[in-house]
Design a protein around this ligand. Structure first.
Ligand code: ZN
Ligand code: ZN
Length: 419
């Protein structure tokens, strides 16, 4: 029995907060179970993608699984298309989409339609787009995923499209294939996509994306779903923002080839499922986003069948974006009480190495992801223990693992597997 459990807490890293008496949510939270794991393990800090980079979750997870995001990351659009099991072949264009709200002058009023678009409403808007938008010489599928999120896949039969085009979503920039949230003030207008290389494939891709964007505005404007929403005082989902185009399925080494063990992933969102699939993990779900007890049960069950189990726990990121330090502390306590307590009772640390870290920090006072390093704790197997301290930003800085970059983390965890 040589097993590995790798748990990433979404956005758990933070900074000292005045509302918590100048401690971080991890420091302020009551976490007896995490503390017990930390006392028995070794600690360190991780820069999820690299120093100075504030990553999006998908890119960060890709890196924390040991991949080189600059060379191997295929772009968010492709990841999401794969996560939704869409028919996507190399040469197709896959783009991440958001339903959004614009006013008469196409000024963006809300990037996420007030975050309250129901599944049924989104599905109905997506269906209208699929039926009524016509792209010349191309076919497409627009598939709604969760909330305001969707994916657009465009295909031109017999011709390749290039993913090297700029975003129509003004809140995100492209740096190579990486989507990076823009800092500070951003233009409030939907942008035109532009080719980022001088090829027919990129020009054609940009034209098709712009044509789709224009027609979508017309189709969505007076859609019954939106008329109803306006009547109820809600924002209409009357525009589509597109970003992070990609056109290639990556050929990367699956986790099995690197570690000679089969991996399972326990995740919630299509984008996480996409990362799992591309890295060769079998995907599973359990309970709702914050049903940590159900996730602990599932993780334990998966550990009996797989050598490696990767668990992505949502929860701490959202209060971070909302600037809600107390809420974040509470989520951490919930995770400790319902996830780690079960784990502690049911895991044999002689056989299983447990690693706990985060995909990035989401400091409450920034309300966005930051480049701050995140704590890493490795317990069990041959890991041994260092100074007894807690799983917090400050304590892990003193740990014996020192500071790592995300790409090195999983390999380090693996090196502690029992013989
Ligand atoms: Zn995240
Ligand atoms: Zn976030």
């Amino acid at each position: 029995m040589r097993k590995l459990l790798y748990v990433l807490l979404d956005g758990v890293g933070d900074r000292p907060n005045p509302e918590l008496n100048y401690t971080t949510p991890l420091e302020a939270a009551l976490t007896p179970n995490l503390d017990a794991l930390a006392r028995q393990g070794v600690k360190g800090l991780v820069y999820p993608v690299g120093e100075g980079i504030a990553p999006e979750s998908d890119i960060a997870v890709f890196s924390m699984l040991g991949y080189d995001v600059h060379a191997e990351y295929p772009g968010r659009g492709v990841i999401e298309a794969v996560g939704l099991d869409l028919d996507f072949r190399s040469g197709d264009l896959a783009v991440r989409a958001n339903f959004a709200t614009v006013d008469e002058s196409n000024k963006i009023v809300d990037r996420r339609v007030g975050r309250d678009l129901s599944e049924e409403e989104a599905r109905s808007l997506a269906q209208a787009l699929n039926e009524r938008v016509k792209l010349s010489g191309a076919t497409f599928r627009f598939v709604h995923s969760v909330g305001h999120r969707a994916v657009l896949v465009i295909r031109v039969e017999g011709e390749r499209l290039s993913g090297m085009i700029s975003n129509t979503d003004p809140a995100y920039e492209r740096v190579g294939k990486l989507g990076v949230a823009k800092e500070g003030r951003v233009s409030p207008y939907v942008k035109e996509a532009e080719p980022l290389e001088d090829t027919r494939a990129a020009k054609l891709a940009a034209e098709l994306v712009n044509e789709f964007t224009r027609q979508a505005l017309k189709v969505l404007k007076d859609h019954p779903v939106n008329q109803e929403r306006i009547k109820r005082g809600q924002l209409p989902g009357n525009a589509v923002l597109l970003r992070d185009a990609g056109n290639e399925l990556p050929s990367i080494k699956p986790l099995y080839d690197r570690f000679k063990m089969r991996f399972a992933a326990l995740t919630d969102m299509p984008v996480e499922r996409g990362v799992a699939k591309i890295t060769g993990m079998q995907s599973f779900e359990a309970g709702g986003l914050r049903d940590y007890a159900a996730k602990a049960k599932k993780a334990l069950e998966l550990l009996t069948r797989y050598g490696g189990v990767y668990v992505h726990l949502k929860g701490p990121d959202e209060p971070g974006h909302d600037g809600d330090a107390w809420g974040k502390k509470k989520v951490i306590e919930d995770i400790d009480q319902h996830f780690f307590s079960k784990l502690l009772l049911n895991i044999d640390l002689d056989q299983v190495v447990v690693a706990i870290s985060a995909d990035h920090s989401t400091p409450c006072n920034l309300r966005s992801h930051s480049a701050d390093p995140v704590p890493l704790l490795i317990t069990g197997g041959k890991a041994g223990k260092d100074e007894p301290c807690r799983f917090t930003e400050k304590d892990c800085r003193k740990g014996s693992l020192g500071s790592l970059i995300g790409k090195e983390a999983l390999e380090r965890v693996y090196s502690f597997l029992p013989r």
